[in-house]
Design a protein around this ligand. Structure first.
Ligand SMILES: [Fe+2]
Ligand SMILES: [Fe+2]
Length: 241
């Protein structure tokens, strides 16, 4: 544990190595663009994404008062399931605030945000197109379009996403990305999940509704913000933008 001191108003930068900060004394705030997201006091921690996924967190942190915080490197946190679980729980809570319209995270939102950028142009362009298709489906469900129209939009989204997955997998292989296999397995799982839901729609067992839209939101965005972000960081280090 390395102690660090920050003056009131200081932006707290991420360390080069992976790890979290835990506040010993003082007060900080988490913010995104100009929006305040969360106040942090003694015992609170931040920068969990660097430990969990090796990718930078989407939010920024600044000290409100003079603050003393400990930096704990990720090697001290690995292999402690309860700590990993706590970090993951917090990560999910903060992520749902970032991806939602309102504070409660209940309104699906497929608008592209700069925080979704993995800093690789080709991948970002695909992600934007996927979000557009999901938003189109969202609107079609809202205005109660007929089944045929809904199916066409969903088919487009699934086909486009599968092509995108293939493109990412080819890129990962060409640049010898060490997590390529795990990432591809995640793609396979995501494909299986959406196809199984599509089968239940086709069989008339359930209707496409707001619950499905909520599913689609995390289906697309959670993967972008975790595995894709991690892959983007790797590709950037190989000078791919
Ligand atoms: Fe991916
Ligand atoms: Fe992706």
């Amino acid at each position: 544990m390395v102690p660090h001191n920050f003056a009131a108003g200081d932006r707290i930068q991420k360390e080069k190595e992976r790890g979290i900060y835990v506040i010993k004394e003082g007060r900080c705030e988490i913010f995104l663009n100009d929006d305040k997201m969360e106040m942090l006091d003694r015992g609170d921690f931040f920068f969990e994404s660097t430990v969990l996924f090796g990718s930078p967190d989407l939010y920024q942190v600044r000290a409100i008062n003079n603050t003393e915080a400990y930096f704990i490197g990720s090697e001290a946190l690995e292999n402690i399931p309860i700590v990993q679980w706590k970090l993951f729980e917090l990560y999910n809570k903060r992520l749902s605030r970032i991806t939602s319209n309102g504070d409660d995270g209940s309104t699906p939102n497929f608008q592209w945000k700069e925080e979704y950028s993995v800093s690789v142009q080709e991948i970002d362009a695909d992600h934007k197109r996927m979000l557009e298709a999901a938003e189109k489906l969202n609107r079609a469900i809202e205005i109660k379009e007929n089944r045929e129209v809904l199916n066409d939009i969903l088919d487009f989204l699934i086909t486009y996403t599968r092509e995108h997955f293939k493109k990412e997998e080819d890129m990962m292989k060409s640049y010898f990305y060490p997590e390529a296999e795990e990432h591809s397995k995640k793609h396979a799982k995501l494909t299986e999940e959406v196809l199984s839901l599509k089968n239940t729609f086709d069989a008339g067992e359930i209707e496409m509704d707001s619950e499905f839209i909520n599913f689609l939101q995390s289906w697309i965005i959670d993967h972008i913000l975790t595995e894709d972000m991690q892959c983007g960081t790797f590709l950037n280090h190989r000078s791919i933008y």
